[in-house]
Design a protein around this ligand. Structure first.
Ligand code: HCA
Length: 392
C-alpha cells in the first residue's frame, strides 16, 4: 500500500528551535516529551528522530526513557532514530541507548568542506563509506539513513560521489535543504535524479522554511516520489523551522486519501493544542491545522458563514480535530453577527432593525475598542443605553 512516513523530529530539530529560548524553556522536560510522544503515537506517527546521546547527559537519559515509554504505548513497530554524525563512537552510543535506527549525516558542500568537516570531498567519501560499511556489517538489519547536509548547495556530482559510496549499505537517502534555499522545481529535479540513480533506496526530505517554501517543497517532493518526510510539531526546528506534522498531513491528504487510513487525523489539532499548553502560547496563526483557519472577522465573511460555512471554509479541518469555528465580534463585524450575538449569546430582545441601528452606533465607537474595552462590552453598553431588554 501507498505509505508516506512522517519522521517526527520534535525531540531533535524541534529542540533546536529559537522559540524554546523565546519562551524561556530552552528544552522540553521528560514529562513534556512523554506527553508529546503519546500525542504523536496517538496520531499514528511511528518514526521518531532523537538527538545523538553525545549532545549531553540530559538528552541521553531522556532518549533512553522515551524509547522505553514508547513501547508501552503501542504494539506497532516503532523506529527510534538517532541523528548521528558519521562516526563509529557516536553510532555505538546511539545503539546503546536503545535506538533501532540511525539518521546519519555529513556535509560535503564547499562551505562544509572548508568550515565544518574540514575534509576534502575524497576524505569525506572515504569516511562515510568506511563508517557505514562497518555499521552495516555489524548490524545487517539496522535501519540506516544517510543525508548529505546542505544538499541544495552541494553540486549534484559531489552528492553522487558520496551516495554512490554508501548506497549499498543504507536503506534511505536524505536530501536536506539545511538553509531553506530550494524551490519546488529544484526539489523535483533532485528527486528525479536521485530516484533514477538509486532505485533501491527510499528517499527522505528535510526542508527548512527560511523562504516560507518548506511545505510547498514537501508537496513537490512527495509528488516526485519521496515517501519519508521530516516534520515536527508546529514545525519547530532551527531558525524558522520545518513543516509541521499536521501541516504535512493536511496537505498530503488532499492528494493522497490513503493517509486517512494510516493516520488518526482527528488527533492533529489536539496535538497542536498540547504544544500550545506546554509552551504557554497560542497555536501559531500560520499553522494550517488551527482554529485560526476557521475564524472569521470581516462582516461579509461572518454573514456568509452564519448561513453556510463552506463559503469561506474550503478545507475539512473538522476531520483534523478543529471541531468548531469562531466568528470574532470586532470592529469589522456587520449587523448580521451583531444581531446573532445579542440575540443568541446575550439573549437580548432585539429585532433586526434595532440590530442595524445599533451596528451604526457600534461602528461610530470602534475607536474605543482595544483601549481597555472589549467589543462585547461596548456593544452591551450601547444596547443598554438604547433600553434593549434581556429576555428572562
Ligand atoms: C541541522 C541538520 C539538519 C539535518 C537534516 C538531516 C539539516 O540541524 O542543521 O539530517 O537530514 O537541516 O541539515 O537538520
Amino acid at each position: 500500500p501507498y505509505r508516506i512516513e512522517i519522521i517526527d523530529t520534535t525531540f531533535r530539530d524541534g529542540q533546536q528551535s529559537p522559540l524554546l529560548f523565546d519562551t524561556g524553556k530552552y528544552r522540553f522536560s521528560l514529562e513534556e516529551k512523554k506527553l508529546l510522544l503519546a500525542g504523536l503515537i496517538e496520531l499514528g506517527v511511528t518514526h521518531f528522530e532523537f538527538f545523538s546521546p553525545v549532545v549531553g547527559k540530559a538528552e541521553e537519559q531522556d532518549v533512553r526513557e522515551l524509547i522505553a515509554y514508547a513501547q508501552t504505548l503501542t504494539s506497532r513497530e516503532l523506529h527510534c532514530l538517532a541523528h548521528c554524525r558519521c562516526n563509529l563512537e557516536d553510532i555505538q552510543r546511539a545503539l546503546e541507548v536503545g535506538c533501532n535506527g540511525l539518521n546519519l549525516y555529513l556535509g560535503v558542500s564547499p562551505l562544509a568542506q572548508q568550515h565544518n568537516a574540514q575534509k576534502s570531498l575524497e576524505e569525506s567519501v572515504a569516511l562515510a563509506r568506511e563508517v557505514i560499511r562497518a555499521t552495516r556489517q555489524a548490524h545487517p538489519d539496522l535501519y540506516i539513513r544517510f543525508s548529505a547536509e546542505d544538499a541544495f548547495r552541494t553540486p549534484l556530482e559531489d552528492i553522487f560521489s558520496l551516495y554512490d559510496a554508501v548506497y549499498p549499505y543504507v536503506n534511505t537517502l536524505g536530501m536536506p535543504d539545511t538553509v531553506g534555499i530550494a524551490e519546488p522545481e529544484d526539489v523535483v529535479a533532485v528527486v528525479t535524479q536521485l530516484q533514477a540513480r538509486y532505485p533501491d533506496a527510499r528517499l527522505e526530505c528535510h526542508f527548512h522554511n527560511d523562504r516560507g517554501l518548506a511545505l510547498a517543497n514537501v508537496n513537490a517532493a512527495v509528488r516526485a516520489g519521496v515517501r519519508y518526510v521530516d516534520a515536527s510539531i508546529w514545525g519547530l526546528a532551527e531558525r524558522s523551522g520545518i513543516p509541521s506534522v499536521t501541516g504535512v498531513l493536511f496537505n498530503l491528504s488532499k492528494r493522497y486519501p490513503e493517509i486517512a487510513a494510516q493516520y488518526n487525523l482527528s488527533q492533529c489539532y489536539p496535538l497542536n493544542v498540547l504544544m500550545a499548553s506546554i509552551l504557554g502560547t497560542l497555536v501559531p496563526y500560520t499553522e494550517p491545522v488551527s482554529l485560526t483557519n476557521r475564524t472569521h472577522t470581516a462582516g461579509v465573511h461572518q454573514k456568509a458563514v452564519l448561513s453556510e460555512k463552506r463559503v469561506y471554509e474550503a478545507h475539512s479541518l473538522h476531520d483534523f480535530g478543529v471541531d468548531k469555528n469562531q466568528l470574532l465580534l470586532g470592529p469589522l463585524s456587520g449587523w448580521n453577527l451583531i444581531y446573532y450575538y445579542l440575540k443568541e449569546v446575550e439573549n437580548l430582545a432585539i429585532d433586526k432593525d434595532q440590530a442595524k441601528r445599533l451596528t451604526q452606533e457600534f461602528k461610530a465607537h470602534t475607536h474605543q475598542i482595544g483601549r481597555g474595552k472589549r467589543p462585547e462590552e461596548l456593544l452591551l453598553e450601547l444596547a443598554a443605553a438604547q433600553g434593549i431588554p434581556r429576555l428572562s
